[in-house]
Design a binder for this molecule. Structure first.
Ligand SMILES: [Zn+2]
Length: 742
């Protein structure tokens, strides 16, 4: 690893203990990177996808570990729909010549030699099918790509599309293809994005080799996560289940990922227009949109039987507040060996559990109850965590103070997202751990990075980046953490139940996207390229461990809502501006259309049509949202002041009353209404975007209403969201009253 001596000499390290300093010391002393590396090596020695023999071995091994650390642990099993491939093929047919895509990745000597078969090229929850049709290239396969194709006069109806990975979430590609009438979908990773253009390819370097591809799930988790046959309730014996045909988040068209070595052959057969510059990758071909004269034959048949998922649940009962739970989790299932995803985060959970177990053996007792979890079935659709959350919903809502999630971990900066009233909590934890590369606190290093945010060309929301940079520049100011969409096991807690949640991980320096969900995400890859020496995996354990210790013993509530209030105020400004910008764009475009500008600038030798006319944007009254946001700001300020002034002197009885009020504070943001067309998603401030997949949409009911031109819905959700924000403010006011009452 590189040393940063020059930087270290310039900066003074300023860490301050976050939890009890004696406990922090014990935590750090117990975390052993070499031991974590050995765990990771074992956990990534065989394929661990749902239903595989090693998946069950890992659950049992993890259970035994928790027990040996002194935890009260058990496994909870759910039977869920999880398809596996029975037959699949992708062929390019040109007259009598047939080219067959290789649906297995080439093994390398650095890759484990497993006893069990690994999963070939596959995406879970696609549709069965056997189709033959010409091929069309759709770039990243996002909404704007289809709009561009339409202007080129190209329809994907009855065709098979080939999309490259990137921009939006994987599952959107086949979903949008299906919505546009395509009969099949191929997905490949262009070497421009995470292959040889990005870095040397594996095994020489960390990037994607020509034969690699990305498995994954295409279950539409923007509607709901978990078992697709039991949305909103637990998959249990005797419980109702939807039929597969009726499940709204299972796709209908066959879809397979292929390697870029094979994609090159398919793409080279496309005719028609040369694609726009931003659509071109770095394969040595001229990229055409198609269609091809050669036909593609795509066949997928899956086994749609139920499979078991094994959640490992470990508990240490709280001494003072047994009915207040702090939950920590990471999944244990991978697509193949899963060294980085998920084992890098899973070994942090184990290391923390071991350290906490030792503290308990030495006589310490957490005041609150600690629950450590190792989820199964995250990869196909957050199956294990969602079923568990749905199974125990009432108890979780009544008792959970905080859920802390992790998943993938790598060398780099702390990335913490989630409930923004925990921003100060996260900041204090980050200030208490040292970054191994720069020897300054993780908080100092992160603030340095955030100050550069506004200069990053990839950052779209400049106003937000500027506000964050301003906060980061002042060490005494709390930096709001990022909002959460979906993509890991916090979703059921945060989005469905409204339980405050955090998602933690280090990242930003290691190149590993090219091996994500491939057989090359191995011990060799992780230990050479992602986190040499397992120092950042150990750092994750130290960071999350401190949060758990602090959450376990801090008697005053953990939320500091001012950072949340500031973020909400910013989001309200954003949605207002969004409506204004859309209104202006529609007016300008109407003028361009009227004056035939698109036709006048078009190259007559290429086919191109006018873009679809943008809808005129009506006047929208944001007052209820603005008023509610102001009310949250005022309530947050008053509460934080009252907490600082009177918190420490509260009588135990009043303190418990305060804890009660604040334990369910965040749930006021997730009332029963749910989001339009996807009532499983209850949170009105954070949700995954219907058109972005994992990526977050803040104030989703309002924002998506405007983005997708459903004006009545936007107006309705202005009032529903304002109501939730008012409830949040009212709860804070009640807490302030309790704090200030004589
Ligand atoms: Zn994962």
């Amino acid at each position: 690893m590189r040393k940063f001596l020059a930087v270290t000499a310039l900066l003074l390290s300023t860490t301050a203990a976050f939890a009890d300093p004696a406990l922090e010391q014990k935590l750090d002393a117990a975390i052993n990177p070499a031991e974590m590396g050995a765990w990771l090596k074992f956990l990534s020695s065989e394929p661990s996808q749902v239903g595989s023999p090693f998946n069950k071995t890992i659950a049992e091994w993890t259970l035994a570990k928790f027990k040996s650390f002194g935890w009260d642990a058990h496994i909870e099993t759910y039977q869920v729909l999880y398809p596996t491939p029975l037959a699949e093929s992708v062929e390019l047919i040109e007259g009598k010549t047939v080219f067959k895509a290789t649906l297995n990745e080439p093994w390398t000597k650095e890759t484990p030699k497993p006893k069990d078969k690994w999963l070939p090229s596959y995406v879970a929850y696609q549709g069965d099918g056997d189709v033959t049709a010409p091929l069309i290239y759709v770039n990243y396969g996002m909404k704007e790509d289809y709009e561009a194709l339409e202007r080129m006069g190209i329809s994907v109806k009855g065709k098979i599309v080939i999309a490259r990975y990137g921009q939006g979430w994987r599952g959107l590609k086949p979903r949008l293809a299906q919505e546009h009438g395509a009969v099949g979908c191929l997905i490949y990773s262009d070497p421009r994005d995470d292959g040889y253009s990005a870095e040397e390819v594996y095994p020489k370097g960390p990037a994607r080799p020509p034969g690699g591809f990305q498995r994954g799930s295409v279950q539409d988790i923007t509607i709901s996560s978990g078992d697709p046959l039991t949305p909103g309730f637990v998959a249990g014996p005797g419980k109702p289940r939807l039929t597969r045909e009726a499940a709204p988040n299972i796709l209908k068209i066959p879809t397979l990922p292929i390697s870029y070595a094979d994609a090159r052959v398919f793409l080279a057969k496309l005719n028609g227009q040369v694609v726009p510059p931003s659509w071109r990758g770095s394969l040595p071909i001229t990229y055409h949109a198609g269609p091809s004269t050669a036909e593609v034959h795509l066949k997928v048949k899956s086994d749609w039987s139920l499979k078991p998922v094994y959640d490992v649940i470990a508990k240490i009962e709280g001494s003072t507040y047994p009915d207040q739970w702090v939950i920590r989790g990471n999944h244990h299932d991978g697509w193949v060996f899963g060294a980085t995803d998920p084992q890098s985060g899973h070994i942090a959970v184990l290391a923390e559990a071991k350290a906490i177990g030792e503290m308990v053996k030495a006589g310490w007792k957490p005041k609150r109850t600690l629950i450590y979890t190792s989820w199964d079935g995250e990869e196909p659709g957050l199956l294990g965590s969602t079923e568990w959350v749905e199974d125990h919903a009432a108890e979780l809502k009544a008792k959970t103070v905080l859920y802390i999630n992790s998943d993938v971990n790598a060398r780099g900066f702390l990335s913490a997202s989630g409930s923004q009233d925990f921003s100060a909590f996260v900041g204090r934890a980050a200030a208490s751990v040292i970054d191994p590369e720069t020897k300054v606190s993780v908080d100092q290093r992160l603030r340095a990075k955030l100050r550069m945010g506004p200069f990053d060309p990839a950052v779209k929301e400049k106003d937000e980046a500027k506000a964050v940079a301003k906060a980061a520049a002042d060490p005494s100011t709390v930096v709001p953490i990022e909002a959460l969409g979906t993509g890991s096991d916090y979703t059921g807690f945060l989005q469905h139940l409204g339980i405050p949640s955090l998602d933690l991980g280090y990242n930003g320096e290691a190149v590993w996207a090219g091996v994500y969900h491939s057989i090359y995400d191995s011990y060799d890859h992780h230990s050479r390229f992602v986190d040499p020496g397992f120092v950042y995996d150990a750092l994750l354990a130290k960071t999350a461990g401190r949060m758990v210790l602090a959450a376990a013993d801090t008697e005053l509530p953990l939320q500091q809502p001012e950072a949340f209030a500031d973020s909400v105020a910013l989001y309200v400004k954003q949605v207002k501006k969004l409506a204004d910008d859309k209104r202006e764009a529609a007016t300008i475009q109407a003028g361009l259309l009227k004056d035939h500008v698109f036709r006048l600038i078009a190259d007559p030798t290429k086919s191109s049509g006018d873009p679809k006319a943008l809808a005129a944007v009506p006047a929208i009254d944001f007052t209820p949202l603005e008023t509610a946001s102001d009310r949250v700001s005022a309530a947050a300020k008053a509460y934080e002041f009252a907490l600082t002034e009177h918190g420490k002197a509260l009588s135990p009885a009043k303190r418990e009353q305060l804890q009660k009020l604040m334990l369910t504070l965040d749930q006021t943001l997730a009332p029963e209404d749910g989001l339009p067309g996807r009532p499983w998603y209850k949170h009105l401030i954070y949700a995954p975007g219907r058109q972005t997949g994992y990526g977050v949409k803040t104030l989703p009911g309002v924002r998506e209403g405007i983005e997708e031109e459903r004006w009545d819905e936007a107006v309705r959700y202005i009032s529903i969201t304002a109501r939730a924000l008012n409830a949040y403010a009212a709860r804070l006011d009640a807490a302030t009253e309790l704090l200030t009452a004589p």
